[in-house]
Write a protein that binds this ligand. Structure first.
Ligand code: GLA
Length: 585
């Protein structure tokens, strides 16, 4: 069945009838694909009639031309499931998406080109964007509502008015989108601030706002700039995200419910950001930097109505009650959360796993950045001869975290998040820095900045120009490398200095969601059955990593971790409930 979806003088029009969108954000790339349907069904139970997703370009095309839209990246299947569940879909393909996602969704091979002006009508940028949008629109176009699918709206760019005002760029994105067969209405989103709404504006785009409070005032501002048609809050922020080293954010569900009620009572349409946040699996977390660089934690729970593991919360129940005042809500019982299996198992060590995934990059006069070495690199070792007989001062623009060793002995850490970019260095013959990129900035002007060692390394203020030997490490491949390493030995005293790979087998009666407690570990990466869960860091606030049920199985399972710093408890513990930094009850 096909329908028509249009923007009228006062409302969205579905087959000519006024229609209110009550949507929730859920990013397919943050949820295991075998759980998409479960999450969509629950979202529908809350009373939603639509689901919104961004598209993460860098996940689909990590290397130029190497396109992947399969498995967890199968946007077409996701949109089909949305349709099967009787929901509408809103697609926001960026190409820039922000979203607390690595590099705001832009591939690192794109942003490595320092000559290019991002998010502008620079022809080189547009050439890459054209091929991306063509691929995505080929998936979206046949799934539009007028072709029997679920898609009712497509957004152009994302909060562009907070960044730029290149109208030729917006015009070209619109032209490309229309030329690719997108016929549904196009929208823009901006914070309800005059210059932002106007900066991101273009003929042919319906303005929507992003905000989570002061509803009346924000709607009034939006109305000033969008005098006709429906008002829509495209991002009703009902929770918030966490950075490492900061507190865990929660919002009072009663306040959020009151704000939602105010929005709906005003007749506005809404996209709840997020209805289900999901997870920054693997190395996909973004970072913010408005004066201080702060990487995002692995969980993107967002304090949303549906938790990271898909449980119904008090916020969910409160939102459902509010929505029921304004629209029909399915009259079905809500699923009750269940505790995850609790077990613990001793980890055995395979020693330093980095040589197993190393690539020798050769010798350089000055240390190259990660971006100069290739796309999507996050871990590199830089080694140079040192010829010092007394303590010196080492300083470097480290992006973002470096373990420093002299003559193979660890001597300290340089870290950007707390501005520690200099240290005393004992005398020795060889200097080595193991540098981790801990997340790329996803907002504002630092999107696409270079990573690794930037601008060289200095000793007492003098650049080290001795030959630098550089090796990079394929971090995603570490999970399998540690699992397959020949011998694993018990960890004496339960303590181990990194880099070290550890693994353990454990039994489950049935496949189940798990919460892996990282409390006794330092800083590193974790896998279960080869699925890359993401980063852990003792800095917190996140303490447990979410293991989606579909990656587990009845019988024997395997957990692998790679600890880069220092681990004080070589045990893998699975606990009943998540611990994202909630206050201890
Ligand atoms: C903005 C962006 C989103 C997200 C939120 C904060 O509104 O458009 O992508 O970053 O902020 O979660």
């Amino acid at each position: 069945m096909t329908s028509r979806f249009r923007i009228g003088e006062t409302d969205f029009l579905l087959d000519g009838e006024p229609h209110r969108i009550i949507s929730g954000a859920m990013h397919y790339f943050r949820v295991h694909p075998d759980l998409w349907r479960d999450r969509l069904r629950k979202a529908k139970l809350m009373g939603l009639n639509a689901i919104e997703t961004y598209v993460a370009w860098n996940a689909h095309e990590p290397v130029p031309g190497q396109w992947d839209a399969s498995g967890g990246l199968d946007l077409g299947r996701f949109l089909d499931l949305v349709a099967e569940e009787g929901l509408h879909a809103i697609v926001r393909p960026g190409p820039y998406i922000c979203a607390e996602w690595h590099n705001g969704g832009l591939p690192t091979w794109l942003t490595a080109d320092t000559e290019m002006t991002l998010r502008s009508s620079d022809p080189r940028y547009l050439a890459a964007v054209t091929s991306f949008l063509d691929r995505i629109n080929a998936i979206v176009a046949p799934r539009q509502i007028d072709q029997g699918g679920s898609v009712i709206l497509v957004q152009i760019e994302n909060e562009y008015g907070a960044y730029g005002s290149d109208k030729a760029y917006l015009a070209e994105l619109i032209r490309l989108t229309r030329a690719a067969g997108i016929t549904v209405p196009l929208t823009q989103v901006d914070q309800p601030i005059a210059h932002m709404l106007e900066g991101g504006a273009h003929e042919g785009l319906h303005k929507t706002g992003s905000f989570g409070s002061r509803i009346g005032e924000r709607l009034a501002t939006l109305r000033e700039h969008q005098p006709t048609g429906p008002l829509m809050c495209m991002e009703f922020w009902c929770g918030w995200f966490d950075h490492w080293g900061e507190k865990h954010h929660t919002t009072t569900f009663a306040d959020a419910a009151r704000d939602l009620d105010e929005l709906l009572a005003a007749g506005a349409s809404v996209n709840i950001y997020m209805v289900h946040g999901g997870t920054n699996f693997g190395l996909t977390n973004g970072a913010n930097d408005s004066g201080r660089y702060l990487p995002l934690v692995t969980s993107y729970d967002y304090d949303s109505p549906l938790t990271e593991s898909g449980d119904v919360t008090e916020k969910f129940r409160a939102f459902r009650e509010v929505i029921a005042k304004h629209a029909p809500v399915p009259d079905e019982p809500l699923p009750e959360p269940v505790d995850a299996p609790v077990l613990q198992v001793a980890l055995a060590s395979v020693g330093d796993p980095l040589p197993l995934v190393a690539t020798d990059r050769g010798v350089f006069d000055t240390p190259p950045t990660l971006d100069e070495l290739g796309p999507d690199l996050v871990l590199a070792e830089y080694t140079a001869a040192l010829d010092t007989e007394a303590t010196t001062v080492l300083d470097a623009d480290v992006r973002d975290y470096a373990w420093v060793a002299v003559d193979e002995r660890p001597v300290g850490i340089l870290q950007r998040t707390i501005g520690d970019l200099a240290m005393p260095l004992p005398a020795g013959a060889e200097l080595r820095l193991l540098v981790e990129e801990t997340g790329r900035v996803n907002y504002d002007t630092k999107i696409g900045e270079p990573k690794g060692l930037v601008g060289g390394v200095r000793l007492d203020g003098e650049p080290i120009t001795a030959p630098w030997h550089v090796r990079t490490f394929d971090v995603p491949a570490l999970g399998a490398a540690v699992a397959q390493a020949a011998a694993a030995a018990p960890v004496t005293g339960g303590r181990a200095a990194g880099p070290v790979g550890l693994r353990a087998s454990f039994e489950l009666a049935a496949a189940a969601d798990l919460f892996l407690d990282t409390a006794g570990w330092g800083k590193g990466f974790a896998w279960v059955n080869g699925f890359f869960l993401g980063r852990y860091w003792r800095r917190g606030p996140q303490r447990t990593l979410y293991v989606p049920g579909p990656v587990t199985r009845a019988g024997t399972n395997e957990v692998v971790i790679v600890e880069l710093e220092a681990l004080t408890d070589a045990t893998a513990r699975f606990v009943a409930r998540p611990h994202l930094g909630h206050e201890v009850e």
